[in-house]
Design a binder for this molecule. Structure first.
Ligand SMILES: NC(=O)C1=CN([C@@H]2O[C@H](COP(=O)(O)OP(=O)(O)OC[C@H]3O[C@@H](n4cnc5c(N)ncnc54)[C@H](OP(=O)(O)O)[C@@H]3O)[C@@H](O)[C@H]2O)C=CC1
Ligand SMILES: O=C(O)C1=N[C@H](C(=O)O)C[C@H](O)C1
Length: 242
């Protein structure tokens, strides 16, 4: 039985993780939130699961490297420097970072990559997401993950191809751009659509999260899988065998 430590334990995902750990027949090693004793939690855990804030990522990785414990990072809103820190830590420990731990979104990303690779750049790609009113980052981590999948399918760099936050006289859409739009409201757990808009036809690939249990279950599956891995940076398709 694995002892799983929760970083961000009093949050929406923290609560969902407690139920998922019990459902999986594993043990909650404990939990921390801002200002709590992270070192003690890491020492008491076999593996850590982080759904908290980008501000926590550096300290979480340092504590896991010091104690040689694997970590799943589900926190979103990460910047380039966080990805460098993750790459560094992955030299010493097993790390899995993803904007979405659900089976459905992992499959959706594979479908998006395939569609983007087969359809020419005259098929415009737009990613639309909607989340609950309390979400603090945009575009969502999932939208970015789907954008990366589309960019990989097209063999282009996402950062230099993105169109985000359109407002006012924006000029016409750039050919080959990947557009993002974010909606916020109510209690929506997470809706994502990738629209491939061609000439006189379009395709929409969508995922709807009905609740947070899907993210929590995927994160626990990833944590249990990560325990058996050597140092490195891993992905959800590897965990789920997709
Ligand atoms: N990858 C995925 O599949 C999913 C990712 N997420 C992401 O997970 C994150 C958390 O989401 P959610 O649970 O809804 O958010 P909440 O705001 O409900 O919870 C965040 C928790 O993290 C704690 N926290 C904040 N800063 C720190 C810190 N420095 N160290 C430790 N704990 C800290 C907060 O504690 P306090 O109140 O004391 O600040 C709070 O309890 C977000 O980035 C979200 O986008 C969410 C769902 C799925
Ligand atoms: O903050 C959330 O709630 C969610 N965050 C993740 C994201 O940013 O994509 C995953 C999920 O959509 C819920």
């Amino acid at each position: 039985m694995a002892k799983i430590g929760i970083i961000g334990s009093k949050g929406r995902m923290g609560n969902a993780l407690v139920s998922a750990i019990e459902e999986a027949g594993q043990t909650v090693a404990g939990g921390v939130d801002k200002g709590d004793d992270l070192g003690a939690l890491v020492a008491a855990s076999d593996v850590l699961v982080d759904f908290s804030s980008p501000h926590a990522v550096e300290a979480n990785l340092a504590a896991c490297v010091a104690a040689q414990k694997p970590i799943v990072i589900g926190t979103t809103g990460l910047e380039e420097r966080h990805h460098w820190l993750i790459d560094d830590a992955a030299q010493d420990i097993a790390v899995l970072q993803t904007g979405n731990t659900s089976l459905g979104v992992t499959m959706l990303a594979a479908l998006v990559k395939k569609a983007a690779s087969r359809l020419g750049s005259d098929w415009d790609i737009e990613i639309v997401e909607m989340h609950h009113r309390m979400k603090v980052d945009a575009p969502s981590g999932t939208a970015m993950l789907l954008g990366e999948a589309a960019a990989a399918g097209r063999h282009i760099d996402l950062a230099s191809s993105s169109e985000r936050g359109r407002d006012g006289i924006t000029g016409a859409r750039k050919e080959g751009a990947i557009g993002f739009a974010s909606l916020r409201g109510g209690t929506v757990a997470g809706d994502h659509s990738v629209i491939l808009a061609g000439n006189e036809e379009s395709i929409t690939l969508s995922h709807r999260a009905e609740n947070r249990a899907i993210f929590a279950r995927g994160a626990i599956k990833a944590a249990l899988w990560l325990q058996g891995q050597k140092a490195g940076r891993y992905t959800m398709p590897e965990v789920l065998g997709l």
